[in-house]
Design a protein around this ligand. Structure first.
Ligand code: PEP
Length: 258
């Protein structure tokens, strides 16, 4: 029997949107999503807009706040870095860890990803751990090995309780920002594999409750079919989250059919 898991949709603005642009965005997005209570919604703007978004959303946030990155260090001489405590201070609840752009463009290794993930957990931030294979790895039939090794590197040795705090995002690198989307069948196969593997690391109860998001060129037109797959519990949306109406449509597509 399928386990009910509340859908989760997060919008990663990447390096887009100034702090003065977030007010009109939020006005429109909140209006479009005000009647939706069945989906956990997370906005992940750049660091420079976190404070403004937090202020506009206010204390009782129906929409939660996430950060795109974070230092693995607690504080100190790390020019240009942002700590977990600084994020918590702005009421940030989630942080992306291991996004493929950080791995590919900024040299983040599995070791960096693990350190950040552990720091997030120790700081009461919930990590959204991004994993996924490149096109070459998929063409070589290696996608499951890659997913397994990224999951193991990030999570092995953590307690089941710690792992239960982690949201996983399956983001095939070849689908990010390219307009190429994994088919619902390809995505479902990867998600089911990830859930099985989480079961090995943390037990079936944690695995059955874990939210596993799909990311990679999600749009209002493909969102519903992707998110109706059994093991796809929501979406991590990049480019399409920049348009508040389009992003609201994706959130609406996550509402389970009555
Ligand atoms: C992302 O950045 O996590 C992402 C999935 O981007 P896009 O939706 O633009 O492919």
């Amino acid at each position: 029997m399928a386990i009910p898991r509340k859908k989760f949709v997060a919008g990663n603005f990447k390096m887009n949107t100034t702090s003065s642009e977030v007010a009109p965005y939020l006005e429109s997005f909140r209006l479009e999503t005000e009647k939706i209570n069945e989906v956990d919604i997370v906005l992940i703007p750049p660091f420079t807009s976190l404070s403004k978004v937090s202020e506009i959303l206010g204390g009782a946030q129906k929409i939660r706040l996430g950060a795109q990155n974070m230092s693995s260090e607690a504080k100190g001489a790390y020019t240009g870095e942002i700590s977990a405590a600084m994020l918590r201070d702005l009421f940030v609840r989630y942080v992306l860890v291991g996004h493929s752009e950080r791995r590919r463009l900024f040299g983040e290794t599995d070791e960096t990803v693990r350190r950040k993930l552990v720091t997030a957990l120790n700081s009461e931030l919930r990590p959204i751990l991004c994993i996924g294979e490149t096109l070459e790895e998929r063409q070589a039939g290696q996608e499951k090995n890659i997913l397994e090794s990224q999951l193991r590197a990030a999570l092995e040795g953590l307690s089941a309780e710690e792992i239960s705090e982690v949201v996983i995002a399956y983001e095939p690198v070849w689908a990010i920002g390219t307009g190429l989307t994994a088919t619902p069948e390809q995505a479902q196969e990867a998600h089911s594999f990830i859930r099985d593997h989480l079961g090995k690391l943390a037990g079936t109860s944690v695995a059955n409750k874990a939210r596993i998001l799909y990311g990679g060129s999600v749009t209002p037109s493909n969102a519903r079919e992707l998110m109706s797959q059994e093991d796809i519990d929501g979406a991590l949306v990049g480019g399409a989250s920049l348009d508040p109406r389009g992003f609201a449509e994706i959130v609406a597509a996550a509402v389970p059919a009555k």
